[in-house]
Design a protein around this ligand. Structure first.
Ligand code: ADP
Length: 157
C-alpha cells in the first residue's frame, strides 16, 4: 500500500489544505493528515481541538487518517511504512522554507521523498494565519474553511 503523510500545524485546516489533500488522495492509497505537536508554537486551537475538528471534516474521506505526532515526520513515516511526505506550495516565499525542510528530511532519512502540490489559484492567498486574522477582525471566513472549522471558531470563546 502506497501511504503518504501530510504534516502541518493545521491551526486551522483551510480549504487550501483540503485542496492539497484531495489531490494527494488521487495519487496515494492512504494519506495520514499528521498534526504536528510543536510545543514552541503558540496555537489558537489546542492539539485536541485540531485533531477532533479534522476527524469531523475528513469523516467522509475513506483514504484519509488523522493522527498527531511529536518529533520528526520522517520518523512517523518510517513507523507506518510511508515513503512520501506531502507539502503544498503557494508563493515563491513558501519555496525557500519548503526546500530547506525537504533537504533536512532527506538528510535525516534518504529513503523518504517529499511530494509537492501547487496551490490552486483561488487558494493561493489562503493560510491559517490569514484566516485567523480575518476572523479576529470580523470578516466572513466561510468561503475559506470547511464548515466544521467554521463551527470550531464560533464555538470557541
Ligand atoms: P506548517 O506549520 O508545517 O507550515 P501548515 O498547516 O501551515 O503547517 O501547512 C501545511 C502545509 O500545507 C505546508 O506545506 C503549506 O505550505 C501547505 N499549505 C497551506 N496552505 C495552503 C494553500 N492555501 N495552498 C496550498 N498549500 C498550502
Amino acid at each position: 500500500m502506497n501511504i503518504a503523510i501530510y504534516p502541518g500545524s493545521f491551526d486551522p485546516f483551510t480549504n487550501g489544505h483540503l485542496d492539497i489533500l484531495n489531490r494527494a488522495c488521487a495519487v496515494f492509497d492512504e494519506v495520514v493528515v499528521l498534526v504536528a505537536i510543536n510545543s514552541s508554537k503558540n496555537t489558537f486551537f489546542s492539539l485536541q481541538e485540531r485533531v477532533e475538528c479534522l476527524k469531523k471534516v475528513l469523516a467522509d474521506h475513506p483514504k484519509v487518517k488523522v493522527d498527531s505526532y511529536e518529533g520528526l515526520t520522517v520518523d512517523y513515516a518510517k513507523k507506518v511504512g510511508a515513503k512520501h511526505i506531502i507539502r503544498g506550495l503557494r508563493a515563491v516565499t513558501d519555496f525557500e522554507y519548503e526546500f530547506q525542510l525537504a533537504s533536512a528530511n532527506r538528510f535525516a532519512s534518504p529513503g523518504i521523498d517529499m511530494v509537492f502540490f501547487m496551490a490552486s489559484a483561488e487558494n493561493s492567498f489562503v493560510s491559517s494565519s490569514v484566516v485567523k486574522e480575518l476572523y479576529r477582525n470580523g470578516a466572513d471566513i466561510s468561503p475559506l474553511v470547511p464548515s466544521e472549522v467554521l463551527k470550531a471558531f464560533t464555538s470557541k470563546k
